[in-house]
Design a protein around this ligand. Structure first.
Ligand SMILES: Cc1cc2nc3c(=O)[nH]c(=O)nc-3n(C[C@H](O)[C@H](O)[C@H](O)COP(=O)(O)OP(=O)(O)OC[C@H]3O[C@@H](n4cnc5c(N)ncnc54)[C@H](O)[C@@H]3O)c2cc1C
Length: 403
């Protein structure tokens, strides 16, 4: 292994890193992905909700093993127990098996010519390349691999040192329970229990699902245990078979997607490309990998240098990502600020006042990936959100011009 050389080394073998590697390899360049875990897609730290259109754009149509369940309805329940339900059939939202999806991405990358090393960890970027350790790095001794460009696809945890304020702890359990309804996603905002976020239920079929909670400054595990206890706990046919705890990033994209000094391009959750509202990132973070991979591939194809041209690559990929997601993510950040400030009275008020027409419109027109228009309809429709409106006037006016 010592002395190996690649055009690009990607740190992180999940959706954004693997799709980035696929695009680079497809352009005929040598690329190595290093993944610190022992298996691609494991541990699975995801609810697996993604639109079928998003998957198509990623070049990843789900097959038997990937597709778990189809979402038909989404129910939002206020802290006082009122709820609204949106018909989600038209949006074609799927619950996928993230383990399988990531393996499918790895297969695509390898077929295009990428090398993948598992149980191999990036230690540091050096002037000539990267230092790695683990199975691919010669056991305990860190090893060096030469490369022109490094891609940082290490996920949201990589942002934790950068800005703790953007990180929220989350817990998600895989649960069998008789109250999990097939096809029904649940979203449960509550300022006191889950400040700045919510609890969720994502069905994966036959009374099984992924149940989670996240919130600023809370113990996500304690909040989730308490949610499950409220639903009947383990006493009434509720069994937890898997627990995961992971940070989520809710502050939107970081300013620069590259560091010219070190010759590094950042993609996916590590670049803050998950939705500011829900932290969902299979599509938007995955597209970060795809767009970065294409920009790297094109640039290397022109035969110009590597690391010193990283600024050009970073700027062109950033422009492409912002063209696709920038305006929506800006609005989602405003919607997030509203959610963070709304007290339970305001949330109750919004849910109680949503009109059947607004719900019909959201069901007919809303888009899972670009959902701010649906949030605007919830907040702004026919005199809703009076309490929220007086408290959050300035933010609402930015989101709903003319209000
Ligand atoms: C509880 C939870 C539920 C979620 N539910 C959904 C959902 O329903 N729908 C949705 O779209 N999104 C969801 N997300 C978000 C989604 O999981 C992420 O947006 C997506 O996985 C980001 O992909 P990524 O490749 O950028 O990073 P990640 O998937 O975080 O992958 C980073 C990879 O880098 C590896 N790594 C880290 N450090 C190193 C190192 N030093 N060397 C080598 N490898 C390293 C890690 O092992 C990991 O495999 C959820 C997230 C959480 C936490």
């Amino acid at each position: 292994m010592r002395g190996a050389s690649y055009d690009v080394v990607v740190a992180g073998g999940s959706i954004s890193g693997l799709l980035c590697a696929r695009e680079i390899a497809a352009g005929g360049h040598s690329v190595l992905v290093v993944e610190e875990d022992y298996e691609i897609g494991t541990p699975e730290h995801c609810g697996g909700l993604v639109s079928s259109r998003g998957l198509e754009e990623l070049g990843m149509m789900p097959f038997g093993g990937t597709l778990v369940h189809r979402v038909e309805m989404a129910r939002i329940t206020s802290p006082d127990g009122a709820h609204v339900a949106v018909d989600a059939k038209r949006q074609n939202v799927l619950c996928v098996n993230r383990r399988e999806l990531d393996k499918q991405a790895a297969h695509q990358a390898q077929r295009a010519g990428a090398d993948i090393m598992i149980r191999t960890s990036l230690q540091e970027r050096t002037r000539e390349g990267v230092r790695i350790s683990g199975a691919g790095g010669g056991g305990a001794d860190a090893n060096t691999i030469n490369c022109r460009i490094m891609v940082d696809a290490r996920g949201a945890a990589a942002l934790a040192q950068r800005d703790r304020d953007g990180i929220i702890p989350s817990a998600q359990y895989e649960v069998y329970a008789d109250w999990i309804e097939d096809g029904m996603v649940e979203v449960l905002p509550d300022r006191l229990k889950y400040p700045g976020f919510f609890a969720w239920v994502i069905p994966s079929g036959r009374g099984r699902g992924r149940v989670g909670a996240a919130g600023r400054g809370i113990s996500a595990a304690a909040a989730l245990e308490s949610f499950l206890a409220d639903r009947g706990g383990g006493g009434r046919g509720c069994y937890t078979v898997r627990k995961i705890f992971a940070p989520i990033w809710i502050k939107g994209p970081i300013k620069r997607f590259h560091d010219a000094g070190s010759g590094t391009i950042t993609v996916g959750d590590a670049a803050g490309q998950a939705k500011p509202t829900t932290a969902g990132g299979i599509f938007s973070s995955g597209m970060g990998g795809v767009l970065a991979g294409r920009a790297i591939s094109e640039h290397l194809g022109e035969g110009s240098g590597g690391a010193h041209d990283v600024g050009v690559i970073g700027d062109s990929y950033r422009a492409a990502w912002h063209k696709r997601f920038g305006a929506e993510f800006e609005k989602q950040s405003i919607a997030r600020r509203i959610l963070e400030r709304a007290d339970n009275g305001a949330i109750n008020d919004v849910i109680r006042r949503v009109s059947p027409e607004a719900l019909r419109e959201i069901s007919a027109e809303d888009d899972f990936d670009f959902h701010v228009s649906g949030i605007i309809k919830l907040l702004g429709a026919a005199g809703t959100a009076r309490a929220a409106g007086s408290m959050l006037g300035a933010e609402l006016r930015r989101l709903i011009p003319g209000r």
